[in-house]
Every structure is written in C-alpha cells, then in structure tokens.
Write a protein that binds this ligand. Structure first.
Ligand SMILES: Nc1ncnc2c1ncn2[C@@H]1O[C@H](COP(=O)(O)OP(=O)(O)OP(=O)(O)O)[C@@H](O)[C@H]1O
Ligand SMILES: [Mg+2]
Length: 279
C-alpha cells in the first residue's frame, strides 16, 4: 500500500474554459416513471465534479447514461463534442463493488492487461504498461496475486489501474470507496486526486458522503426531488493541493458541509438517513 500523502492533487488545472462533457435537458424514464427530469450541467476539461443525492435519486442512472450504458428519453449528452451513443474506452467507469468488477481467475497483472487487450496493445508492450500502472497505484508487489488474495482497498486499486489502462479522458466513479474502511478510503481519495490531476482526466464522482464530495470536488451537484433534478450546484473554493487535516478543518469546508446537509435533510427527514453511513 502506498504511504498516505500529506498533500495531493497539486497539478489541477486552473478554471478550465472548455467543456469535456455537456448534459442538456436530460430526462430518463423507466416505463411510465420519470427518474431524472431536465438535468443540465457540464464537466470542464480536467474538472473533478462530485454528485450527491439521497438514495434512489437517480445517481447511478445518471452515471450509466454518461457511460453510454443507458439511453435518455429526452435531452442530449455530448462528450468531446460528439453525442454519446454507447460505451467508449474514452469514458471509464469504476464501480463500488470491486469484487464483481475483477475477474477472479486472472491475476492482478491479467486484470489490468484486460484493458490493454481491448485496445489491441501488442503483447510485447503490455508488461511495461502494466508495471508502470501498478507502480503508480502501489501494487507492484501484488502483480502475480489473484483478487481473492487481496484486501478490499487493493482490489479497488486494481480496478482503478485497469480503468487507467483504458487511457480514458473521462473517469466515472459510482461510490467507489463506499465499502472501504475510513483510513483506506482517505488514502484512495488522495491517490485518485493525484492520478486524475497528473493525467488531466475529467472526473464525475458519485458519493453519499458529503465530506468526501467537498474534499475531492471542484464543484458539487446536489440531486433531489421526485423526479430528480439539480437542487444546487456548489463551487468548492478550497485550495489545492488538498490535505486530509487542514482542508477538512477549513471554515469554508464546514460551511459547505452545513449547506449540503441542510439540503439533503430537507429532502429526507433524519430517520431516512439511518443506516446509510451518512456523516
Ligand atoms: N433498470 C431499472 N428499471 C426500473 N427502475 C430502475 C432501474 N434502475 C433503477 N431504477 C429506479 O430508478 C431510481 C433511481 O435508481 P438509482 O440506482 O439511479 O438511484 P441512486 O441514486 O443511485 O441510489 P443509491 O444511492 O441507493 O445507489 C430508483 O427508484 C430505482 O428503483
Ligand atoms: Mg447508486
């Protein structure tokens, strides 16, 4: 496991002008039921956008549309100027359930190489790329191990390395650290900030954890209502690199947390949060 960095994400771009992803008038229905209604937002080049919302508000559904795994009933979703019509290796998705995302019969090396095989990277070049990615993610020594031999945090790192092997321009993450213990979660938060900053990847990150959203994000979008729409978009004016201690103690951090909590409590009375791991 990599040591916990003190400060991370030092290479975030200044406020980028261009939009990598544009969502306009997005409406999603399942049968007669409208889940998401008239969603508009963009993700700027290199931006880290977080989305929070109560359970069932349609966060995963939204991410699936961005990944090209589900189609909207109305509206338009464009990535790099082209309408999204299906999955593409430019847009990688990382799921919460790492154990299901990895192939149990393949080693760590084999799981990461999967993305390289899909890109038709010649076999002779694969080892060097896998080695580099495992080095970045701190798993070099686990290369020949199988997923069942790894901790949860290590398995999630393998999933991240596999997504990076796709060489994506957009990273879509659906509560990726939700099943991990607090310390592993903080390490991975810092590692992912560093990775997307280094590789200049735009990111959409979904979480139930309000503090996680503020810690990671350049902006936080709050989904709510029924059908769900955007209740609020919050610019996170906190300096980068972020730091697990000082960032979380910053008065602005606490004010953002207060506001987000207010919005979500107003959506759902406190008893609805029980058992959801809300902080
Ligand atoms: N394939 C489907 N068919 C019908 N309804 C669906 C389908 N997928 C999701 N839904 C419904 O859409 C709503 C939004 O689901 P979604 O999984 O997107 O919510 P979520 O915000 O990700 O929730 P959670 O925070 O619990 O993960 C839910 O009411 C769910 O039951
Ligand atoms: Mg979900």
């Amino acid at each position: 496991m990599q040591p916990l960095r003190k400060t991370v994400g030092s290479v975030r771009p200044e406020k980028a002008e261009a939009s990598a992803l544009e969502v306009s008038g997005l409406t999603v229905r399942f049968g007669a039921r409208t889940i998401l209604d008239g969603i508009n937002f963009d993700v700027r080049d290199g931006e880290f956008l977080c989305i929070v919302g109560s359970s069932g508000s349609g966060k995963t559904t939204l991410l699936r549309v961005l990944a090209g795994l589900a189609r909207p009933a109305e509206g338009k979703v464009q990535f790099a100027g082209a309408e999204i019509s299906g999955p593409s290796r430019d847009r990688a998705i990382i799921f919460q359930d790492y154990s299901k995302a990895l192939l149990p019969w393949r080693t760590v090396r084999g799981n990461v190489a999967l993305s390289l095989e899909a890109r038709n990277v010649p076999a002779s070049e694969q080892d060097a790329i896998v080695d580099e990615l495992l080095g970045i993610i701190g798993l070099s020594r686990a290369k020949e191990q199988f997923p069942s031999q790894l901790s949860g945090g290590m398995q999630q790192r393998v999933q991240i390395a596999r997504c990076l092997a796709q060489d994506p321009k957009l990273l879509l993450m659906d509560e990726p650290f939700g099943a991990l213990d607090a310390m592993t979660r903080q390490s991975l938060q810092d590692e992912i900030l560093q990775l997307v900053a280094d590789k200049k990847i735009a990111t959409v990150f979904i979480t139930h954890d309000l503090e996680e959203a503020i810690y990671l994000g350049d902006r936080v979008i709050v989904l709510g209502g029924s059908p769900a729409g955007i209740m609020e978009t919050m610019e996170i004016d906190l300096p980068r690199p972020r730091n697990q201690l000082t960032t979380r103690e910053d008065g602005r951090f606490l004010a953002y947390r207060h506001r987000l909590f207010e919005l979500l409590v107003q959506e759902h009375p406190p008893q609805a949060f029980e058992g959801k791991g809300q902080q």
